[in-house]
Write a protein that binds this ligand. Structure first.
Ligand code: SF4
Length: 499
C-alpha cells in the first residue's frame, strides 16, 4: 500500500539531435514517474550553459499560458529530470531543497549535472574522501556524492568513461544515473549489481534519445523502449544511437525484488515483462498456496491500488468474487508519514473509502503488496471490523520483510519492521486479522521469470548483495537483539570501523 514505505527517486533524461526544446519531454517523463518520489522535483537543461529549476512537492501542472515561461527558463536540447523521496541526508526543509536533484557540480574547471536513483552504502568513506578534494563540500544527498566523485576524477584529468569506471569500482550501493557533461553530452550508467532499474529508449525517427527509470517515461512521450542498461554498463546517447560499454565486469545482478511488488508502475516493464502481469501471477500464486483459506472465504478485497492486479489474479485462480468496495479518494494525495501522529488515522481514513454494507458478516481475503510497519494495515483492518467483517485473512504478495534496506528504500532499522520481531501469527494478532499469509519467495521469483540469484531480496532474507551492507546488517542485528537503541540510517554514520 502506498502509505507503507517511502520510495526512492525517479530519473528521466533526453537529448534531441535536431536541437529542438527538450523540456516538454523531460517534464512528461517525470510526470509519469512522480510515484517514485513525492518530496521534491527538479529539471536541468543545457544550451551551452546549464539551466536549473528545483522545487519541493509534486511536479506542478503547467498552464497553457505558462508554457513559454517554462521554455524560457529551461531552454536547450538536452535535459535531465528527477523526482525524489529522501533516503539520505538531513530531513529539514532547507536540507530537502538543498538535496533536490538533479545535482550540478561546478568545480571551476569542469561542470557536470546528474540525476540519480539509489543509495550509497559506503557514504562515510566517500564523504571523507570528497571533503579532502572539496573542502566546501556539505553532504545533502547521495547524488552529490556521486557527482563530486565523478568531478574529482575529471579534475584529475580522467575522461568521463574512466571517471565513471572509478566511481563504479569505489562506490558500494545502488546507483542508476543519467548525466550531462559541460559539452552537452548525455550519458547513463548503473552500479555493478544493477539494483535499481534504468532503461533507454528513443523516438521512432531516432532524433531523440532518452533514459528513464521506468518504461512509462517513454510511453507518455511516444518513445520506443530499447534496452535495460546492464549492471556496470556505461551508455552514451549519440546521433547514430546508443554507444554501450561494459566498464566493469557485471557482478551478480541484484535487481530490487520490491520494485515488482510495490514501487514500479504496473504498466512499466521490468525484465521485459509488464509489472501488472507479474502482480496478477502473484495473486494466482497466493490462490494456489492458500487454497484452503480461499475456498471458505466470501470475497476478495484489495487495498487500492498496488494490490489490484494481484486481486485479479487471485480471483481468476480461485473463482472468488473480487468485491471492488474499497476505493481511493482520487485527489487526496497527502502521505501519512508527513502528518502529525495524531492525524495519521484520520488521514488514512480520508484516503480510502470502504463501502460498508458489503462487509457485514462476510469472511474476506484482503490482498496487499507488503507489510512494513503494519500501521496502515492495522487501521484499515480496524475499519473493516467496525463495518461488520467477520473473518479477515491477509494475503501478502511480498515475502515477510525482516530487515532494513540499504539501497534506497525507506526501511532503515530492524525496530520499525513488524516482520523483524514477529512471526506471521504474531503479526496477525498485532494487526487484528485472523491470519497473515505471505507468498513464498520461490513463487514470487517464478512469477518474475527471473533467476533467484538475479534479484535482491535483502530485506526479506537478510542476505544482501554487497559486502558492507551485509556487515552493517549483521552488526545492527546483533545490537538490536542486545537491546541497543537503533539510530536510523546507519550507513551515514561513522561505524565502518566498528562493524
Ligand atoms: S533490500 Fe529489499 S527493498 Fe532494498 S533493494 Fe533489496 S529487495 Fe529492494
Amino acid at each position: 500500500m502506498e502509505d507503507t514505505v517511502g520510495m526512492e527517486c525517479g530519473v528521466f533524461s533526453a537529448i534531441d539531435f535536431k536541437r529542438r526544446h527538450i523540456f516538454p519531454y523531460v517534464y512528461w517523463g517525470m510526470r509519469a514517474q512522480n510515484h517514485r518520489g513525492h518530496q521534491s522535483h527538479g529539471f536541468i537543461t543545457f544550451d551551452s550553459k546549464f539551466n536549473v529549476y528545483r522545487s519541493l512537492d509534486l511536479i506542478p501542472k503547467i498552464k497553457k499560458s505558462d508554457v513559454q515561461n517554462w521554455l524560457r527558463k529551461l531552454p536547450g536540447s538536452v535535459g535531465l529530470g528527477n523526482v525524489r523521496y529522501t533516503t539520505s541526508g538531513r530531513l529539514n526543509e532547507d536540507a530537502l531543497i538543498e538535496g533536490t536533484q538533479p545535482t550540478l557540480v561546478d568545480t571551476g574547471k569542469s561542470k557536470l549535472a546528474i540525476s540519480f536513483n539509489g543509495n550509497v552504502v559506503n557514504t562515510v568513506q566517500l564523504r571523507k574522501e570528497l571533503c579532502n578534494a572539496f573542502p566546501d563540500f556539505s553532504y545533502e544527498c547521495d547524488a552529490e556524492l556521486i557527482c563530486r566523485k565523478l568531478s574529482s576524477k575529471l579534475l584529475e584529468g580522467q575522461r568521463l568513461e574512466s571517471a565513471v569506471k572509478t566511481c563504479m569500482m569505489e562506490t558500494e550501493g545502488a546507483f542508476s544515473v543519467s548525466g550531462i557533461t559541460e559539452k552537452g553530452d548525455l550519458f547513463a550508467f548503473k552500479d555493478p549489481h544493477g539494483i535499481r532499474p534504468l532503461c533507454s529508449g528513443c523516438s521512432s525517427s531516432g532524433d531523440v534519445c532518452s533514459f528513464s527509470s521506468e518504461t512509462v517515461g517513454f510511453d507518455i512521450n511516444g518513445f520506443e523502449y530499447r534496452f535495460e542498461i546492464e549492471p556496470g554498463e556505461f551508455v552514451l546517447a549519440t546521433e547514430s544511437g546508443f554507444e554501450r560499454k561494459q566498464l566493469v565486469p557485471k557482478k551478480e545482478l541484484a535487481l530490487c525484488a520490491f520494485e515488482f511488488a510495490y514501487f514500479a508502475r504496473p504498466d512499466s516493464r521490468l525484465n521485459d515483462k509488464y509489472v501488472y502481469e507479474v502482480r496478477e501471477e502473484f495473486g494466482r500464486n497466493l490462490g494456489r498456496e492458500y487454497s484452503d483459506l480461499a475456498k471458505d472465504a466470501d470475497m476478495i478485497i484489495s487495498l487500492p491500488e498496488t494490490s489490484d492486479d494481484a486481486a485479479l489474479g487471485l480471483h481468476e485462480e480461485t473463482g472468488l468474487r473480487w468485491e471492488r468496495c474499497t476505493r481511493r479518494h482520487r485527489y487526496v494525495t497527502d502521505r501519512a508519514f508527513i502528518l502529525l501522529s495524531r492525524e495519521r488515522y484520520s488521514t488514512i481514513d480520508r484516503k480510502i473509502n470502504i463501502i460498508d454494507h458489503k462487509l457485514v458478516g462476510k469472511d474476506i481475503i484482503v490482498i496487499d503488496d507488503s507489510i512494513v510497519r503494519g500501521d496502515t494495515t492495522r487501521v484499515v483492518v480496524e475499519k473493516m471490523r467496525k463495518l461488520g467483517a467477520r473473518k479477515i485473512h491477509l494475503f501478502i504478495t511480498y515475502p515477510r520483510i525482516i530487515g532494513p534496506c540499504f539501497y534506497g528504500i525507506d526501511m532503515a532499522t530492524y525496530g520499525e519492521l513488524i516482520g523483524s520481531t514477529h512471526k506471521p501469527d504474531e503479526i496477525a494478532k498485532s494487526i487484528g486479522v485472523d491470519s497473515v499469509n505471505y507468498q513464498s519467495l520461490e513463487s514470487f521469483v517464478k512469477a518474475t521469470e527471473m533467476r533467484r540469484d538475479d534479484l535482491c531480496f535483502g530485506c526479506a532474507t537478510g542476505e544482501y548483495p554487497t559486502p558492507l551492507a551485509q556487515r552493517l546488517a549483521n552488526w545492527m542485528y546483533r545490537r538490536f537483539q542486545n537491546g541497543h537503541k537503533e539510530t536510523g540510517r546507519i550507513y551515514e554514520m561513522d561505524v565502518e570501523n566498528t562493524v
